[in-house]
Design a protein around this ligand. Structure first.
Ligand SMILES: *Cc1c(COP(=O)(O)O)cnc(C)c1O
Length: 419
């Protein structure tokens, strides 16, 4: 076997886009499972739900929406978002930039990772027409300047530069403080330095993923206003980042409208404070809220031991967040034997993934029928965000299929349409 034929990275999902009886209708999850009887995880995309989420979010947000591609880079997801009206994409790697450019040639791409390889900056700028770059230090700013120089005086005259601001630790589901971002005391000097090189100057931040406290956005906007006021330079863009939460079983979340109201109020105060230096453009970089409801994964029960179910996907597959984070996802049983009567009473199960690692478990709280048995399937919802994207090839359990279905999402997020 030649090296090129060795499987060295995670296997791509095998794509099967079967249509239903009417050629333009997508099948249901039940119909696909009945036909394929899948022994490997079956990823079920809901393009209509993704398109609807894009429409809902862009209607609710008073600014420009950039989709954070890392959340789910599947080309059919990107296309569904495009159909939903999304035109701008937040990329963080050369591969994401190239992918978006290939799938959506007209897309506006913004390179929002604050630490980049020099070759990545060059390729994005020269080959893919990217003009907006995030940075969070003088060194990163110098790298962008060096790799995009284009005029005789050695400066690009078309650059958008967005300073990523560090935020104090918060209470998002996933706290992202402490990795990227300029400290408040360094921000004014960085803004002044970037102003001279940029045709568009911005500030961005990220409150952390699955953030359920609307005040985090207005507090972060106030910090951005402080930094800009101290710098004394004109801002063109304020980017309020991602982190918009979605429904999970048992999760307590604010209305999307409440977050938008908090952002609007924060932006009003920032505009009052900065006056003529206030930004004309407001951006957001949502990931999860646009795509979480857009995919589920059908797993199969391989063994049952009491209230433990051994299934064919786990924390090294598309269920990473159900492991160490302990997040709960909506579940729905699909019977292998359609004729078998379902036991009315449900009970709570722990799920074990297929790898040999003892960490590959998802504790308690998965409510399924009392008589669930080997061979039955379980559809697990809300996995469109950070689900398939986080799969690994650990232990060889990386095979799976991808289909498109017509079903509504298993769980709705208030404020986000499902179709
Ligand atoms: C991951 C990420 C996002 C998207 O976050 P969600 O929680 O999925 O909305 C947005 N901006 C940046 C900089 C990110 O790293």
């Amino acid at each position: 076997m030649t090296a090129s034929r060795l499987r060295v990275a995670v296997s791509p999902l095998r794509r099967e886009f079967a249509r239903g009886p009417k050629s333009d209708a997508l099948p249901t999850v039940d119909a696909v499972v009945a036909r394929l009887r899948p022994e490997e995880p079956l990823h079920c995309l809901r393009p209509a739900a993704i398109e609807a989420a894009a429409r809902s979010f862009t209607a609710a947000f008073a600014g420009r929406t950039l989709y954070a591609v890392k959340c789910n880079p599947e080309p059919r997801v990107l296309s569904a978002l495009w159909r939903g009206g999304l035109r701008a994409f937040d990329c963080a790697s050369p591969a994401e930039v190239a992918l978006v450019r290939q799938v959506l040639p007209e897309a506006s791409i913004h390179y929002m990772h604050p630490v980049k390889a020099r070759s990545a900056i060059r390729a994005a700028y020269v080959e893919h027409g990217v003009r907006d770059f995030a940075f969070d230090s003088a060194d990163e700013l110098a790298k962008i300047a060096a790799e995009t120089r284009q005029s005789d005086d050695g400066r690009a005259n078309d650059l958008g530069l967005i300073l990523r601001l560090a935020l104090p630790k918060g209470n998002a589901g996933l706290d992202l403080s402490g990795k990227f971002g300029a400290a408040m005391e360094d921000a004014p000097a960085l803004l002044r330095a970037a102003r001279g090189m940029a045709v568009r100057l911005g500030i961005s931040f990220h409150v952390g993923s699955q953030c359920t406290d609307p005040a985090r956005w207005s507090q972060a906007i106030a910090l951005a206003a402080d930094a800009a006021a101290q710098a004394g330079v004109k801002l063109d863009i304020l980017d309020v980042g991602g982190g918009f939460p979605v429904a999970y079983p048992g999760a307590d979340l604010p209305e999307l409208a409440a977050i938008m109201a908090e952002i609007d109020a924060g932006v009003d105060r920032l505009r009052d404070r900065l006056g003529v230096h206030a930004p004309a453009e407001i951006w957001a970089e949502p990931g999860r809220v646009l795509v979480a409801q857009g995919a589920s994964v059908v797993v199969q029960v391989q063994a049952r031991r009491g209230d433990a179910l051994y299934i064919n996907d786990g924390v090294y597959g598309s269920l990473a967040d159900a492991g160490s984070l302990g997040w709960r996802f909506p579940v729905r049983p699909l019977r292998a034997d359609q004729g078998r009567a379902s036991a009315a009473a449900g009970q709570s199960y722990t799920l074990f993934g297929p790898t040999c690692d003892s960490l590959d478990r998802m504790d308690g709280g998965f409510a399924l029928p009392a008589d669930i048995a080997e061979g039955d399937w379980i559809e697990i919802g809300q996995l469109g965000a950070y689900g398939a994207t986080l799969r690994t090839a650990f232990n060889g359990f990386d095979r799976g299929r991808l289909v498109e279905v017509s079903d509504p999402p298993l769980l709705e997020t208030p404020g986000i349409a499902i179709a």
